[in-house]
Structures are given as structure tokens and as C-alpha cells.
Write a protein that binds this ligand. Structure first.
Ligand code: HEM
Length: 400
């Protein structure tokens, strides 16, 4: 196959309720497809559910963004270059296990359950504000973004007053439209802001996640300033933008499927399974799960050579009909827990319990307190983030 004939990645979404046709075609045609990526290189693409889990759970595939073969889906590649410490998502093997283990205890089901009353309070307060304004409001601005932003700020010990700064820079960093310099500058601004914050906490570690890490790692003799800045960056960015977009998209999907919404309203026990289906259905982070082979590996009859880049596309994998019958059907009672929307294997999303709790509390509270909620615009007129690395909505006008 010549370069000209190879499919090109990434492919923008054109319909909010289905993966791009090219992804479906790739999955139907063959297990692995060779594609061209923005830096002119080639990479393998994995689109089938079983292969996706196999690659993501195989330590011979590295997450190291500094490896020359790592496949970036944006021009200019590694947004972390120039940083003095790699984030956890870019580490492998023992280094990764140690970094993850250090903070894992903050995100267990038990720890997240302890945060639920405060999350509920935050959601109720924001819905009070919505109700007091009335008329038409932008749900992104009034609920989707503030909920996970407030929660992650309180957890980390980041001042929420700075939300315009970190939300704006995260958006710039996650946009595939922005030129390389703008994305790198956004990362630089966020890191420098967090570096100052960490310096202040080093002098006076409070009882927040970053403060607790400083105390613990100093006691163990492994504390490093830059490593904590990298952790703070990962958690602040991943902790708000992802969940915010799922709140918006989930709200649209529920409003568009009133029969299924009614079942959840009647029985909140159905909300958590419904969230798994919404995560599968939208797979908002579908290309961050890229890897580079560190040795020759055979996957479904094809040998991936050492140094080759592999992009595991979660979206077509989550719409693989061999695993999810009639994947185009949003079926909130499907029981879709084995989706790969949070990835799979050693790097599977660290914040997934927190994301589930936030989504559950938001959907239960929003539709209980505003049962007449409706879109203020037709779905076709909504501003979807077609070009972003994290799919979602820029605005979501609603009324009731
Ligand atoms: C990893 C998705 C929420 C923190 C991941 C990965 C995916 C993902 C697909 C795997 C990356 C890989 O394998 O390379 C999502 C989605 C979310 C969400 C869809 C919301 C609906 C969160 C939240 C936090 C978070 C709320 C933090 C509070 C992280 C971190 C990693 C990660 C730190 C890297 C883990 C590692 O490398 O071991 N996420 N995420 N995420 N996520 Fe999430």
C-alpha cells in the first residue's frame, strides 16, 4: 500500500451519535489497519474490542510519549516535551506502577464514597443557581464544567477562582485545531501555574491531595517537585474536561431518549448501569490510548514491529457488534461495563470511580429537581467539539 492510499488519522466526528464511518469500515475490513498520522509517519490502528484489550494489557506496548515511534494524532506531537518529569500516563512498567500506587488510595471506591455528600452539595448549589436564573441557561457553563472543576480543585487543593485560567488552557491543549505552539504554550502556562502552587504547598502542605503527597513522599525520601507538578497537571486536566463533556453529552442523550430517562427517574438504581452505556456510546477520549511496540508482537495474525506506533481506537472497539449487540442502539440497561471508554490494563483511568460518582449524582439530581428540562435548540444546532481530542459540547442551551 502506498502512503497516498493509507487512511489518515485522526478522523473528525461528524455525527454525535456514531463513530466516523471510516472507523467502522476499518473494523469490518481487517483486525489491524495501517494509517498515516499527522507527522507524516505511519501507525497501526486497532479497532476491534478483543484486540484493543489485548494491546492495552500487554506490557510490550509502551506509553512513553518520548519514544520516537510514539504515534501522536496532532502535529507537533508530544505536549510534554521540555517538561522535567513525565506524567504517569507516559510511564511504563515499574516507574508507572510506583507513581500510580502512590496516589491510587485517593481514588478508591471508599474514598470517592466519602466525597459524595460534598459532590451532592456542589450539584445542588449549582442547580439552585440555574433555577434562580430561569429562562434559558448554558448547562456547560452552569453545571457540566463547574461540577468536576470544583470537585477536583477541592481534592487537589487548587483555588477554584482560577477556573477560567485552567479551563481555557485545557481547552487549548486538547484542541487538535490549534497550532503546535499554542498547544505547547498552554501546557507551559498550566505547568508554571501548578509549579508555583506546589512550591507554596511545599512550605505549608495542607490536608489536600497534593499536600498529602508532599508529606508522604518526603517521609519515603522520594519527593520531587517536578514529579508532583506532573501529577497535579494530569489530575487537574483529566479531572475536569472529561467528566464535563460526559455530563453534557449524557444530558443530551437522556433528553433525546425520554422513555429510557423515565426508567432512571423511576429507579435511581438504574443510573450507574446507564452511565456505563453512555460512556460506551460516546467514548469521548478515543485516541489517547496510543502505544509504541518495544518488541515484535503478533496481534490477530499481523506482526507489529518493535518501534511501530499503535493507536487503539476505543470508539470503534466500543461499537464492536461481536461484543455489544446492535451497538448503535443506546440501551441504558445493556450492562456495558466491559467497555474500554476508561481504557484497559495498567493505565486504565485512575479517576474512573470519581467520574462515575459525579455523573451519577448529576444525572439523578438534575432530572429529579428539573423534571421538565429540555434542550433550547435542536440537536443539529448544538456546538459539538468535532475537532477536539476529548469529544463533547462547547455550549448546551437548556430550558424548562
Ligand atoms: C487515564 C478516560 C475521568 C485521571 C485514562 C484513560 C482513559 C481515560 C481512556 C487511559 C489512557 C491510556 O491508557 O493511555 C477518562 C474518561 C473520564 C475520565 C472518559 C470521564 C468520563 C478522569 C478523572 C480523572 C482522571 C475524573 C482524575 C481525577 C486519569 C489519569 C489517567 C487516566 C491520571 C492516567 C492513568 C495511568 O496512566 O495509569 N482516562 N477519564 N480521569 N485518567 Fe481518566
Amino acid at each position: 500500500m502506498t502512503t497516498a492510499e493509507k487512511p489518515v488519522l485522526p478522523v473528525a466526528r461528524t455525527c454525535p451519535f456514531a463513530p466516523p464511518e471510516e472507523y467502522t469500515r476499518m473494523r469490518e475490513d481487517q483486525a489491524l489497519t495501517q494509517v498515516s498520522i499527522p507527522d507524516g509517519k505511519h501507525a497501526w490502528v486497532v479497532t476491534r474490542h478483543e484486540d484493543a484489550r489485548r494491546v492495552l494489557n500487554d506490557r510490550r506496548f509502551s506509553s512513553n510519549r518520548f519514544h520516537p515511534g510514539y504515534p501522536f494524532l496532532v502535529e507537533g506531537g508530544n505536549p510534554f516535551r521540555g517538561s522535567q518529569a513525565r506524567p504517569m500516563i507516559s510511564m511504563d512498567a515499574a516507574e508507572h506502577s510506583a507513581a500510580r500506587k502512590s496516589v491510587l488510595g485517593e481514588f478508591t471506591v471508599k474514598r470517592v464514597d466519602a466525597l459524595r455528600p460534598r459532590i451532592q452539595e456542589i450539584v445542588d448549589g449549582l442547580i439552585d443557581d440555574m433555577l434562580s436564573i430561569g429562562g434559558e441557561v448554558d448547562l456547560v457553563d452552569m453545571l457540566s464544567l463547574p461540577v468536576p472543576s470544583l470537585v477536583i480543585c477541592e481534592l487537589l487543593g487548587v483555588p477554584y477562582e482560577d477556573h477560567d485560567f485552567f479551563q481555557g488552557n485545557t481547552r487549548k491543549f486538547a484542541s487538535r485545531d490549534n497550532v503546535e505552539e499554542e498547544r505547547h504554550a498552554a501546557v507551559g502556562r498550566l505547568r508554571s501555574y501548578l509549579s508555583d502552587l506546589v512550591t507554596a504547598k511545599e512550605a505549608d502542605p495542607g490536608d489536600d491531595l497534593l499536600g498529602r503527597q508532599i508529606v508522604k513522599l518526603r517521609a519515603e525520601g522520594t519527593y520531587e517537585h517536578e514529579a508532583l507538578v506532573s501529577l497535579a497537571f494530569s489530575l487537574l486536566v483529566a479531572g475536569h474536561e472529561t467528566t464535563a463533556n460526559m455530563i453534557s453529552l449524557g444530558t443530551v442523550a437522556l433528553l433525546e431518549n425520554p422513555d429510557q430517562l423515565a426508567k432512571i427517574q423511576a429507579d435511581p438504581g438504574r443510573t450507574l448501569p446507564a452511565i456505563e452505556e453512555l460512556l460506551r456510546y460516546f467514548t469521548i477520549v478515543d485516541a489517547v490510548t496510543a502505544r509504541v511496540a518495544t518488541e515484535d508482537v503478533e496481534i490477530s495474525g499481523t506482526t507489529i514491529r518493535a518501534g511501530d506506533g499503535v493507536v487503539v481506537l476505543g470508539y470503534p472497539a466500543n461499537w464492536d457488534p461481536d461484543v455489544f449487540a446492535s451497538p448503535e442502539r443506546l440501551d441504558l440497561e445493556r450492562g456495558a461495563r466491559h467497555h474500554v471508554a476508561f481504557g484497559f490494563g495498567p493505565h486504565q483511568c485512575l479517576g474512573q470511580n470519581l467520574a462515575r460518582a459525579e455523573l451519577q449524582i448529576v444525572f439523578d439530581t438534575l432530572f429529579r429537581r428539573i423534571p421538565t428540562l429540555k434542550l433550547a435548540k435542536p440537536v443539529d444546532d448544538l456546538a459539538f467539539k468535532d475537532e477536539a481530542a476529548i469529544y463533547g459540547l462547547y455550549q448546551l442551551p437548556v430550558t424548562w
